[in-house]
Ligand binder design. Structure first.
Ligand code: ADP
Ligand code: KDG
Length: 320
């Protein structure tokens, strides 16, 4: 199969090298960002195929996004270069050691111009990838980028459902991109097709329009076979028809929370492709999430299979 196939926007990412206001930073680091491409990288590092579908601009940032993904062996054969708009940009400021501020420069970007035509023609590379996927993974970020991007997500989910491909959805509410009402309007129609739903505790209430978690779980549990609630340093919970599974977080020195959710999702989906049990998938997800928070980068700290046991090594361990 094509493994985990995902679509969304990947951007250039500028980051500050040390805490403080960004305007005083002597230089910036340059990398790529994008929740969906992070998941694709994470799954690939764990040994399963993955593919990313989206648009980049005909510029150096766009070439960088595609090169980084190719270097990670993510299939970008269905990604498009759009000559009419620039690649989006994300700026990540480490304002204090504990507070990260993210600023987007992505409105009107190439990535936001994603449209159903990018996946449309049966037999097109994107349509083929989705039909061959083991899982299609989408997030609540993409539908809030533009009306055409929202259509593209709906279309992709429809293609997957028609081919019997499971659909994974991470709510990933980015307040800068839309209101809770807009997010709900974009995601609720997808839920009948969704097989794995990932949400933080607040996102769960928001999506279910509920006062408390029990009520939210009650409303959503019947709609989706696997409902996974991410709880940061408190680990995660999986709700299925069989009941509730709880997994504590792996204790690590957390240096950067950004990207933890994507790493977690990558671990969970890789576990699904491994054919492992729900409890094993949840454990792997918490382990990969912990890897991500222990490194000051959204995705570069994602583990390979043989690195998974590193996190349980005692502090000060040297491996020779
Ligand atoms: P998101 O990045 O989507 O907000 P979370 O912050 O809940 O998601 O993180 C996702 C997962 O990563 C958590 O469920 C947990 O397993 C792991 N994780 C997050 N923060 C920590 C932490 N401080 N220590 C260990 N694991 C963590
Ligand atoms: O999930 C980490 C993301 O925040 C990041 O890589 C960028 O996709 C991104 C976004 O829209 O915030």
């Amino acid at each position: 199969t094509a493994g985990v196939v995902t679509l969304g926007e990947s951007m250039a990412a500028l980051g500050s090298p040390a805490p403080g206001p960004l305007r005083h930073a002597p230089h910036l680091t340059l990398s790529i960002a994008g929740a969906e491409s992070n998941v694709a990288i994470g799954v690939r590092r764990l040994g399963h195929p993955s593919a990313w579908i989206g648009r980049v601009g005909a510029d150096e940032f766009g070439r960088m996004v595609l090169e980084r993904l190719r270097a990670e062996q993510v299939d970008v054969s269905a990604a498009r270069t759009d000559p009419a708009a620039p690649t989006g940009l994300l700026v990540k400021e480490q304002r204090t050691p504990d507070v990260t501020r993210v600023q987007y420069y992505r409105s009107g970007s190439a990535g936001s111009r994603l449209c159903p035509d990018d996946l449309a023609a049966p037999g097109s590379p994107a349509a083929r990838l989705i039909a061959d996927a083991a899982v299609l993974h989408v997030t609540g970020i993409t539908p809030l980028l533009s009306p055409t991007a929202a259509d593209a997500v709906r279309h992709a989910v429809g293609l997957a459902a028609a081919a019997g491909v499971p659909v994974s959805l991470d709510v990933n509410h980015r307040t800068a991109l839309g209101t809770p009402a807009q997010l709900r309007a974009a995601l609720l129609p997808l839920l009948p097709q969704v097989t794995q739903l990932f949400a933080g505790e607040e996102e769960l209430l928001l999506l279910a329009d509920a006062e408390d978690e029990a009520e939210a779980v009650n409303r959503l549990r019947d709609a989706v076979p696997e409902l996974v609630v991410k709880r940061g340093a408190d680990g995660a919970t999986l709700h299925t028809a069989a009941g509730v599974l709880r997994q504590p977080a792996v204790p690590v020195r957390a240096v950067d929370p950004v990207g933890a959710g994507d790493a977690f999702t990558a671990g969970y989906l890789a576990g699904l492709l491994d054919g492992s049990t729900p409890a094993e998938r949840l454990r792997l997800a918490c382990l990969t999430g912990a890897f991500a928070v222990s490194v000051a980068s959204d995705w570069s700290g994602l583990p390979t299979r043989d690195e998974l046991r590193l996190l349980t090594a005692p502090p000060g361990t040297t491996l020779r």
